[in-house]
Design a protein around this ligand. Structure first.
Ligand code: FES
Ligand SMILES: [Fe+2]
Length: 338
């Protein structure tokens, strides 16, 4: 464990680790990662209102001649830009004979069913009823009151993000056999970082958790950790994890290189697979920013960097989804410890 003292953060964007500690000799975190603390944080997250809003994809998917399509708890939905450019959306089955509207083209703001040409401009038509849609500039949300069952709200809870003009953004999407709460539980266990993801993280210390230990005062986990860049080169940061809603966990870098950067993880229930097991879509939005001059160059290279950021997220999520899927299997068999 070798966290950088807070006073030195920000002045040390990159560090060279002097004596790398072998993976098996890092400090075990299992005693600190008390199941009850994680379960308590999860319970409080699940009690927060969502207004029945669900993330269905990245705003970037709204451009072009095809709708953005998603499935929430077995309901197909499509979203596209209507005739006035604003996002519109609704059920993904054509009201005529049920064609999959996800495969239908958009022409001048009108979704045209590719089976028999029925045209939808986002207003109610022939039994098709629109759903509330929200584009927050990075992610697209749909409100499904019959799925959520909560009191509906006008807009989803969107976290504060760095200014887009000074940020590099990337959105990763993956699917796991588990429920949304398993994805959230994984994100509310910051102690696994350097053990499960040694290719990305070292020197992880949870310095504040919602049970009152350490420095955390809000309902948050505060973590000092170093991101591995290459070889012994690392970026030490302080990151704070919060759950602003029942299906969302946000990691905000508060000190060190990239302070202000945000990683949002959204879990959207997809519906059961053919064996009746639940599936959940993880949508992770990275909004990275930096005060450093070099970041302007990084941003210009964004189209090149985005796939790299996605690959990095993909590697982390391969392991994190395995964690979430395992948790669901144990939980559904009544064998989850703790
Ligand atoms: S199924 Fe869409 S127009 Fe017939
Ligand atoms: Fe993880």
């Amino acid at each position: 464990m070798n966290p950088v003292p807070p006073g030195r953060r920000g002045r040390l964007p990159l560090s060279l680790r002097r004596r790398p500690v072998p993976w098996e000799r890092q400090r075990p975190t299992w005693r600190d990662a008390r199941p009850g603390v994680i379960a308590g944080a999860l319970e409080r997250a699940r009690a927060r209102p969502s207004g029945n809003w669900y993330v269905v994809g990245a705003s970037a998917g709204l451009r072009g001649d095809r709708p953005l399509a998603g499935t929430v708890a077995g309901r197909e939905v499509v979203v596209w830009r209507g005739p006035d450019g604003r996002p519109v959306g609704g059920p993904g089955a054509c009201p005529h004979l049920g064609a999959p509207l996800r495969d239908s083209p958009v022409r001048c703001g009108t979704l045209r069913c590719h089976w028999h040409g029925l045209a939808l401009d986002g207003s109610p038509y022939a039994g098709w009823a629109p759903l509330p849609v929200h584009d927050d500039g990075l992610l697209v949300w749909v409100r499904l009151d019959e799925v959520g069952g909560e009191a509906p709200s006008d807009a989803p809870v969107v976290v504060r993000r760095p200014e887009r003009a000074r940020a590099l953004t990337a959105v990763y999407t993956g699917t796991g056999v588990c429920e949304a709460e398993d994805v959230v539980a994984n994100r509310l266990d910051p102690w696994h970082g350097a053990w499960l993801h040694p290719y990305s993280f070292v020197d992880l210390a949870v310095v504040g958790s919602p049970d009152g230990s350490g420095s955390g005062t809000e309902d948050a986990f505060t973590v000092d950790v170093s991101f591995k860049v290459a070889g012994r080169l690392v970026v030490p940061v302080r990151a704070v994890f919060t759950a602003p809603g029942p299906r969302t966990v946000v990691m905000r870098i508060t000190e060190g290189e990239g302070a202000g950067s945000v990683v949002e993880t959204h879990a959207t229930p997809l519906g059961p697979d053919q064996r009746g097991r639940p599936r959940t879509v993880v949508t992770e939005a990275v909004v990275a920013t930096s005060d450093r001059l070099g970041f302007a160059v990084v941003r210009r290279a964004a189209p090149l960097l985005r796939p790299l950021v996605r690959t990095a997220s993909g590697r982390l999520w391969r392991d994190d989804l395995a964690y979430a899927e395992r948790r669901w299997r144990l939980r559904s068999a009544g064998r989850l410890p703790g």
